[in-house]
Design a protein around this ligand. Structure first.
Ligand code: NAP
Length: 233
């Protein structure tokens, strides 16, 4: 199934999973709006501009630019995210606020900005790139887990509200993916861990699967982990 004729907005599109998803959607014929603080267009024929997902007006602006350029909006990929880990009290207030503001409030803001156009589409998808950390509590990731559980809960609840309006809502919950993020502050991983992790393209394939399901059903949640990560028991 192709995504020809579809228009998608990807947040956090400049690197990592967001960039891989954007390239995969472009490769399957979708037109794109790309949101990130750097405003990178990835060299694609896309509407791209700097957008911090903590700022609702900046999200409204990239949504408007995408719709103005391509005439509609059918897909929202909520992907922008940050992480910092360690004992809860060791986490700086700055990192605590950033995770909640980017991962959780940024998700609510992105949906708020895009939803009128998605409802107008009538055959739309919201895909939230959450995490296994949105399904299970993980040690030294309490704040990150809080932000990701929040994303998962929000997206699950939206499904009730939006299904009858033709908007499908999906949580995509990967385990470790080899991106800049995986080596960020306090993660405790070294570059040697990267080959054992999944790739951003692995996640993009799952997103494509979700988006190309026939409209008679929807994928509510996907969870997948690298074989190097343990089972939950
Ligand atoms: P990444 O490589 O660090 O990329 C993060 C992206 O988010 C970048 O494009 C960055 O662009 C953007 N971003 C960060 N803060 C932003 C803000 N305030 N406003 C707009 N854009 C912002 O991370 P990733 O691994 O691809 O992670 C993407 C998503 O997947 C996150 O939600 C993360 O929680 C989730 N996830 C990651 C993993 C993993 O192991 N990597 C596993 C499960 C889930 P700019 O710097 O240009 O703004």
């Amino acid at each position: 199934m192709t995504l020809e004729g579809k228009v998608a907005l990807v947040t956090g599109a400049s690197r990592g999973i967001g960039a891989a998803v954007a390239r995969a959607l472009d490769g399957h014929g979708a037109k794109l709006g790309l949101a990130s603080r750097s405003g990178d267009d990835l060299g694609l024929d896309a509407a791209a501009q700097p957008c911090d997902v903590r700022e609702l007006d900046q999200l409204e602006s990239i949504v408007a630019a995408t719709v103005e350029r391509f005439g509609r909006l059918d897909i929202l990929i909520v992907n922008a995210g940050v992480g910092a880990y360690g004992p809860f009290l060791d986490l700086s207030l700055e990192h605590l606020d950033e995770m909640i503001d980017v991962n959780l409030k940024g998700t609510l803001y992105a949906v708020r900005a895009a939803l009128p156009h998605l409802v107008e589409s009538g055959r739309a998808d919201i895909v939230t790139i959450a995490s296994e950390a949105g399904r299970r509590g993980l040690p030294y990731e309490a704040t990150y887990c809080a932000s990701k559980f929040g994303q998962v809960g929000f997206t699950r609840a939206l499904d009730h509200e939006l299904r009858e309006h033709g908007v499908r809502c999906t949580n995509v919950c990967p385990g470790g993916v080899a991106t800049d993020f995986a080596l960020d502050q306090g993660r405790g991983r070294t570059p040697e861990a990267l080959p054992g992790m999944m790739t951003a393209d692995d996640v993009a394939e799952v997103v494509l699967f979700v988006l190309t399901r026939p409209r008679n059903h929807r994928i509510l949640e996907t969870a997948f982990r690298p074989v190097t990560e343990p089972s939950w028991g």
